[in-house]
Design a binder for this molecule. Structure first.
Ligand SMILES: Cc1cc2nc3c(=O)[nH]c(=O)nc-3n(C[C@H](O)[C@H](O)[C@H](O)COP(=O)(O)OP(=O)(O)OC[C@H]3O[C@@H](n4cnc5c(N)ncnc54)[C@H](O)[C@@H]3O)c2cc1C
Ligand code: FES
Length: 262
C-alpha cells in the first residue's frame, strides 16, 4: 500500500549537466517498491507548483531504508527539488503504479535506456542481477557527458553498449539503430525500454516485427498520480480493442505491443 510522508534528504549530487541524484530516508518505500514504480513528489513548501511531480524510483537499499531518485531539471518543480539539502524534508507519496514484470531467473534480457530514461532501469537491473539474468544494456544519450548510470550497470555485471548522437562515445547514432546491429532477438527473452517517446515507439515496432516481448515505461503528464483525474490517459490495444488506461495506475509500465503510439 502506498503512503504519503515527509522523507528526509540524506544526500544530493549533480551527476551530469542538469541532472541530480538524491537519496532519502524512506524505509516504507524501500521495503515495498518494485522496479518501474514511481513516487509523486511535492516540490517545495508553497502552493506553487501546486501539483506533485512523478519521479521514478531509481534505486532502493532495503536494509538501510534508503530511496534514491535521479532526475533532470526541466522546469519549476524539478528546479526546486534540486535545491533541497541534506536534512531537508520532502513530502512524497508512493510507491505508485505498476512496475516491470520480471522474467524467469537466468534469462537473457535486453534493457534499452535513452537519456534520463536510465533512471528507473538501474533498480530493474539490480533485481535482474539478483535473479541471475544475463543483461545487456543499450545506453544512449546526446553526447558522452550526458551518458547516465553506465558505471552502475557495469558494477551489476551487465554488458553495456553505448550510443551517442554525436559519436563522442560508442556507436554514433540512436539506441534503436544500435540494437538493430547488435542484438540477437531470438535469444532475448524480454526487452525493457525507457526513454524518449520516439525511441520507445521505434523499439516497440522492432520488437513486434521480431515477435519478441517487451515492456515500456511511459512518461505521461500527471495530475493526481493515483488514478482519480484521468489526466494521464494513454491508448492501449488489447485483443484489437482500444481503450484508455491511466499511466499512473495501470502503468507507467505497459507491454510494448499494446501501446498505441501517436
Ligand atoms: C511515471 C513517471 C516517472 C518519471 N520519472 C522521472 C525520473 O526518474 N527522472 C526525471 O528526470 N523525470 C522523470 N519523469 C518526468 C518528470 O515527472 C518531469 O520532468 C517533471 O514532472 C517536470 O516537472 P517541472 O515542474 O520541473 O517541469 P514543468 O514543465 O514546469 O511541469 C509542469 C507540469 O507538467 C508535468 N510534466 C512535465 N514534464 C513531464 C513529463 N515528462 N512527464 C510527466 N509529467 C510532466 C509536471 O508534473 C507538471 O504537472 C517521470 C515522469 C513520469 C510520468
Ligand atoms: S494522474 Fe490522475 S489519473 Fe493518472
Amino acid at each position: 500500500m502506498s503512503k504519503v510522508f515527509d522523507a528526509k534528504v540524506l544526500a544530493v549530487y549533480m551527476v551530469a549537466p542538469n541532472t541530480y541524484y538524491m537519496e532519502f530516508d524512506a524505509p516504507d518505500i524501500a521495503r515495498l517498491a518494485v522496479p518501474g514504480q514511481f513516487v509523486h513528489v511535492r516540490c517545495g513548501e508553497t502552493n506553487d507548483p501546486l501539483l506533485r511531480r512523478p519521479i521514478s524510483i531509481h534505486m532502493v537499499s532495503r536494509p538501510k531504508g534508503v530511496l534514491a531518485l535521479l532526475f533532470r531539471v526541466v522546469g519549476k518543480g524539478t528546479e526546486i527539488l534540486s535545491q533541497q539539502k541534506p536534512g531537508d524534508r520532502v513530502n512524497m507519496m508512493g510507491p505508485l503504479g505498476r512496475g516491470f514484470t520480471l522474467p524467469l531467473p537466468g534469462s537473457k534480457v535486453a534493457v534499452a535506456a535513452g537519456g534520463i530514461g536510465a533512471a528507473p532501469l538501474v533498480f530493474l537491473v539490480q533485481e535482474l542481477a539478483n535473479i541471475k539474468c544475463q543483461v545487456t544494456v543499450y545506453l544512449g544519450a546526446r553526447d558522452k557527458r550526458s551518458i547516465l548510470c553506465d558505471g552502475q550497470f557495469i558494477q551489476m555485471e551487465a554488458e553495456v553498449v553505448i550510443a551517442t548522437d554525436d559519436g563522442s562515445l560508442g556507436f554514433k547514432g540512436t539506441v534503436p539503430e544500435l540494437m538493430k546491429r547488435h542484438m540477437d532477438w531470438r535469444k532475448t527473452a524480454m526487452t525493457y525500454v525507457c526513454g524518449p517517446g520516439i525511441m520507445m515507439k521505434e523499439i516497440s515496432t522492432m520488437l513486434a516485427e521480431a515477435d519478441v516481448p517487451g515492456e515500456v515505461s511511459l512518461e505521461e503528464r500527471m495530475g493526481c498520480g493515483v488514478g482519480a483525474c484521468l489526466s494521464c490517459a494513454v491508448k492501449i490495444s488489447h485483443h484489437g480493442q482500444i481503450s484508455n488506461k491511466r499511466a499512473c495506475f495501470e502503468g507507467p509500465v505497459f507491454p510494448s505491443w499494446q501501446v498505441v503510439w501517436e
